[in-house]
Design a protein around this ligand. Structure first.
Ligand code: NAD
Length: 303
C-alpha cells in the first residue's frame, strides 16, 4: 500500500531550481553564492556530512570552502574564524558542523554567527523568528520534511501530526513548521508515557529519535504518512536475519547498513506514503541547506 517518497528526486528538483537562481544572480548582480563550513576535529560522520555539503555546492554552482580546525581548538579560536567569515562579502552562508569537541562552548559559537549568514538556522534570532512566524533561515532538516510533504501534496491543515523527538535541530523546528501549516501537533520524547497511544493517532508521523526499530507496525495508523528522519548504522554482527537478507549487498560490500527509526518492512504496507532510509530525508537536508544559502545570498545582494 505504501508509496515511497523519493527524496533523491525531490532534492534534484530543488537543486535544479537553485541552479537557475544562481545563474540569474550571477547575471544580474555579479554575485556567486558562497558557503563556508567550519569543521573541528576528526569525527568520521561529520567529515562525510561536510563532503556531501561541498558536493551539493559544486552541483548548483556555489563557491564553497571548508575551514578545518584540530580537535584541540579552543572556543576563542573558533570564534576568531567565525568573525573573519562574518566579515567576508563573498561568504553568504556559514555553518559550524556539529557535534563540537567538549571543550568548545557550542552556544557561544552558534550565537557568534551573523543571523543573516546562519544557514543552519540554529541562531536564537532565527529560532525566535520561526516561533513568531517571521521570515528567517529555518533548520534544513525541518524545512526539508515540510517541503517533501508539500510536493507530495499531503494535506497538513487539520491533520494530526505526531513528532517523535524534540531536539533543537529536528523535532522542535519541525513541530513549529507543522503548526504554521495548521496541523494539530503532538510532540513526543523519551519521557512520553505511552508512545503508541500518540503515534497510532497520527495522520502524519515524523520520527527523529535515533533508535532503530522504535516504530513498529502496531504503532502506526492505517494510511498514515510516515517520515523517518533517523539514521542508524547497523553492523553485520548486530543485524537480525531479516535485515541481513534485505540489505545483503550493503553487508557484503561495507559490512554495515543504514536504517531509520521505523521498522520499514512492517510499517510500509500500512502507510500511504513513507520515506526510505537512505534516500529520504537525508538528501533533502543538503538540498535545503543550499536553498538557505541561496536565500541568504539573495538577501545580502539586495543591500
Ligand atoms: P537527539 O538525540 O538530539 O534527540 C533525540 C530525540 O528523540 C529526543 O527528543 C529524545 O527524547 C527522543 N527519544 C529518544 N529515544 C526515544 C524513545 N525511546 N521514545 C521516544 N522518544 C525518544 O537527536 P536528533 O539530532 O534530533 O537526531 C535524531 C535522529 O535523526 C538521529 O538518528 C540522527 O542521526 C538523525 N538525523 C537525521 C538528519 C537527516 O538529515 N536525515 C538530520 C539530523 C538528524
Amino acid at each position: 500500500m505504501g508509496k515511497l517518497i523519493n527524496g533523491n528526486k525531490i532534492a534534484a528538483e530543488i537543486k535544479n531550481e537553485i541552479k537557475k537562481e544562481v545563474d540569474e544572480l550571477v547575471r544580474l548582480k555579479g554575485v556567486k553564492p558562497g558557503l563556508a563550513v567550519i569543521l573541528v576535529g576528526e569525527n568520521p560522520a561529520s567529515k562525510v556530512y561536510v563532503s556531501n555539503k561541498q558536493k551539493g555546492c559544486d552541483e548548483v554552482g556555489f563557491a564553497s570552502e571548508t575551514i578545518r580546525m584540530p580537535d584541540t581548538a579552543t572556543t576563542a579560536e573558533v570564534l576568531e574564524q567565525i568573525d573573519l567569515l562574518n566579515k567576508r562579502p563573498d561568504i553568504h552562508g556559514l555553518l559550524v558542523q556539529l557535534p563540537l569537541p567538549q571543550q568548545i562552548d557550542k552556544n557561544m559559537v552558534l550565537e557568534a554567527i551573523l543571523p543573516e549568514k546562519d544557514v543552519d538556522g540554529f541562531h536564537p534570532i532565527n529560532m525566535g523568528r520561526l516561533v513568531a512566524q517571521e521570515d528567517c533561515l529555518v533548520p534544513a532538516t525541518a524545512s526539508g520534511i515540510i517541503e517533501m510533504l508539500k510536493r507530495e501534496k499531503v494535506v497538513m491543515k487539520g491533520a494530526n501530526a505526531v513528532m517523535v523527538g524534540h531536539s533543537e535541530i529536528v523535532g522542535k523546528p519541525t513541530a513549529l513548521l507543522l503548526l504554521n501549516e495548521w496541523a494539530t501537533v503532538t510532540i513526543c520524547h523519551i519521557e512520553t508515557k505511552d508512545l503508541k497511544m500518540h503515534t497510532r493517532n497520527a495522520d502524519i508521523l515524523i520520527v527523529a529519535a535515533g533508535v532503530p526499530y522504535l516504530i513498529k507496525e502496531d504503532m502506526v495508523k492505517d494510511g498514515a504518512v510516515v517520515i523517518d528522519v533517523g539514521i542508524n548504522r547497523i553492523v553485520k554482527e548486530k543485524a537480525n536475519p531479516e535485515l541481513l537478507e534485505w540489505r545483503k549487498e550493503d553487508f557484503e560490500a561495507k559490512g554495515a547498513t543504514l536504517i531509520g527509526d521505523v521498522d520499514f518492512l512492517k510499517v510500509e504496507p500500512k502507510s500511504s506514503l513513507i520515506t526510505p532510509v537512505p534516500g529520504g530525508v537525508g538528501v533533502m537536508t543538503v538540498a535545503m541547506l543550499l536553498y538557505n544559502t541561496m536565500k541568504a545570498a539573495r538577501n545580502q545582494a539586495r543591500k
